[in-house]
Design a protein around this ligand. Structure first.
Ligand code: UFG
Length: 322
């Protein structure tokens, strides 16, 4: 099957590409390289360096590539930045996706898997969060992803197009070939590891007075390889219907202090930290129910222990600093 992966040079996209290539699929990548890396593109996989906002280029290229399906991961995705600059988020994530969808309609491409986020839920009323929970984003990033989810329904209604929405919880970890590599890091696990080695600042724990078991925020860390595998599991379902799924590991989730403890165990180093005020837009706890995905597609996360996830991120960090 020929698959176009937007954002395929980025953190999660590069692992999706890795899995598609391993699965024998014919893959092409579309990426503006704003946060992606040319080195993440495997040999033999064509890379089209195009911005989603370049509507004419999108129409010409999608027609030229003529994929059977699109996996749409290209997006801006930093929550605090979205609060400071909402226009950037709506432009890139919403207008950019309109250009992609119009290009798909024009080229008669009828299947899309869209990367959405737990941020569509905002502050959840109940844990674990199921797909039926109320959606009410607390930041423009989540709002922009929710707007796309809603658009997809209307494109399906008007055109011959089916979609799979994957609401990722906290993507983390690395494979042997790909991992997190950002110029400005805001995510917990890479920051904790950088604090441990002394290559970064001591970690600021954002809030120690949350109503959780140790006062720090709880998140559902899901290994990037498990996220990638979910995309492949979803392909056959799109022959029949559209659907929306949460992707997390479930369980109790992990607090920030538990992530620090896991990193200390994995690295054998001490993680220096300071207790800082809460970060605007952070919900106290986000933990997924991924039962629907498991039941309907047979997906099962393979890396459900935090220590192993952190260990894979640590291996990647050591390798990328060599
Ligand atoms: N945190 C700290 N200190 C830091 C960085 C993070 O205490 O220096 C805390 C945050 O407050 C939060 C947790 O660690 O409680 C995780 O923070 P991340 O920034 O790593 O991740 P988020 O949960 O904020 O967001 C991530 C993705 C979003 C996605 C969301 C869905 O970045 O794109 O998961 O759960 F929407």
């Amino acid at each position: 099957m020929k698959v176009l992966v937007t954002g395929g040079a980025g953190y999660i996209g590069s692992v999706v590409v890795e899995k598609l290539v391993d699965g024998g699929h014919d893959v092409e990548i579309l990426d503006n390289l704003s946060t992606g890396h040319r080195e993440a593109v495997p040999e033999g996989v064509p890379l089209h360096v195009i911005d989603l906002l370049d509507r004419d280029a999108m129409i010409t290229n999608v027609r030229g590539i003529a994929p059977d399906a699109v996996m749409h991961l290209a997006a801006v995705a930093v929550v605090p930045e979205s609060v400071a600059d909402p226009g950037k988020y709506f432009r890139q994530n919403v207008t950019g996706t309109i250009n992609l969808l119009d290009a798909m309609v024009e080229a008669k491409v009828g299947k899309i898997i869209f990367s959405s986020t737990a941020a569509v839920y905002g502050e959840p009323e109940e844990l674990p969060i199921t797909e039926e929970a109320k959606v009410d984003p607390t930041n423009p990033y989540g709002e922009s992803k929710l707007a796309v989810e809603r658009m997809l329904r209307w494109y399906e209604n008007a055109h011959d197009l089916r979609y799979g929405v994957l609401r990722y919880f906290n993507a983390s970890g690395a494979t042997e070939r790909n991992g997190e590599r950002r110029e400005e890091e805001t995510h917990l696990i890479p920051l904790v590891l950088a604090a441990a080695t002394g290559s970064g600042e001591p970690l600021s724990i954002f809030g120690t007075d949350w109503d959780t078991r140790d006062g720090t925020c709880i998140r559902d860390y899901v290994h990037v390889e498990d996220l990638a595998t979910a995309h492949l599991k979803l392909i056959p379902l799109l022959d029949r219907r559209s659907a929306t799924y949460n992707l997390g590991c479930g369980g109790e989730g992990y607090t920030v202090r538990e992530v620090i403890a896991a990193a200390e165990k994995v690295t054998g180093m001490t993680v220096p930290f300071v207790e800082a005020p809460r970060r605007p837009g952070d919900p106290a706890a986000l933990v997924a129910s991924s039962e629907k995905m498991k039941r309907e597609t047979g997906w099962e996360p393979q890396h459900d222990e935090l220590e192993k996830i952190v260990a894979s991120a640590w291996e990647w960090m050591k390798k990328s600093e060599e």
